[in-house]
Design a protein around this ligand. Structure first.
Ligand code: ZN
Length: 249
């Protein structure tokens, strides 16, 4: 299994979490930076574990940090993916002005296309705007992590060639929209993720979520889609290999 979006550097014991994950069958994962300190820590972690896929980026919550610095880091380290990047329009006003958020996102989309890297994207209350930004950047490959929109909205991103990240929310029986979407999207476009330690799931709450808990997400999705867990696992592993250009077992 592959955890397509997590934050090992937010854990006190990233090396242990990595070990536990592998022990539980989560053989690899994409660990994502999201601001200056976490990008530095992610690079350091990657140096200790050269086979660990990693992403570097600037999350919309930190859109006022030094963008040039992040772009330089991406250029130098050539990570597996760019991100966590995206748009967050939650709140009135949102965390940072929308114009700045778009500028930060577009710069990261451009460098991703130029270096041939996929992106891992955050979207909160911003699905339609994110879609129109992506549509203006042909050639962007990537995934919408922890997607919480409707199936109809997901459809538009699928048409752009994007993948959809399915995470802990799918384990919650009250998350009807997320569950409907996860049931309906084609299996060859789904990625599993924990977003550890940030997003809870049935039986595990933040900050205790670890990549090893990905098995709970896989099983919930298997039940929901009425498909064997092995089928879900094999397909999502293949999707991750294809999108991130990596091999793992
Ligand atoms: Zn995240």
């Amino acid at each position: 299994m592959f955890d397509s979006h997590c934050h090992l550097t937010d854990l006190e014991e990233p090396d242990q979490a990595l070990k536990d994950a592998r022990h539980g069958g989560v053989m690899s994962m994409l660990t994502c930076g999201y601001h200056e300190p976490s990008n530095q820590l992610t690079c350091a972690l990657h140096e200790r574990h050269p086979s660990l896929p990693f992403a570097l980026g600037l999350h919309p919550w930190f859109a006022t940090q030094d963008l040039e610095n992040v772009l330089q880091l991406i250029e130098t380290h050539h990570p597996t993916a760019v991100g966590e990047a995206g748009l967050d329009l939650w709140g009135d006003p949102p965390c940072h002005p929308v114009e700045r958020q778009i500028q930060v996102l577009e710069a990261q989309l451009q460098i991703a296309v130029r270096l041939g890297l996929p992106v891992t994207l955050h979207s909160r209350k911003a699905v339609d705007l994110l879609y129109s930004v992506l549509r203006n950047h042909p050639g962007v490959q990537g995934a919408l992590h922890a997607f919480s929109g409707s199936y109809e909205q997901a459809r538009r991103f699928l048409d752009l060639g994007m993948y959809i990240g399915v995470g802990g929310s799918v384990t919650r029986s009250r998350a009807q929209r997320v569950r409907h979407c996860a049931r309906s999207i084609p299996l060859d476009r789904i990625l599993l993720e924990t977003d550890a330690p940030a997003i809870g799931m049935d039986g595990v709450e933040p900050p205790h979520v670890r990549p090893a808990h990905l098995v709970i997400v896989r099983d919930a999705l298997a039940t929901l889609r009425q498909q064997p867990a092995e089928t879900i696992e094999a397909a999502t592993d293949e999707n991750a290999s294809r999108l991130f250009g990596i091999s793992f077992s």
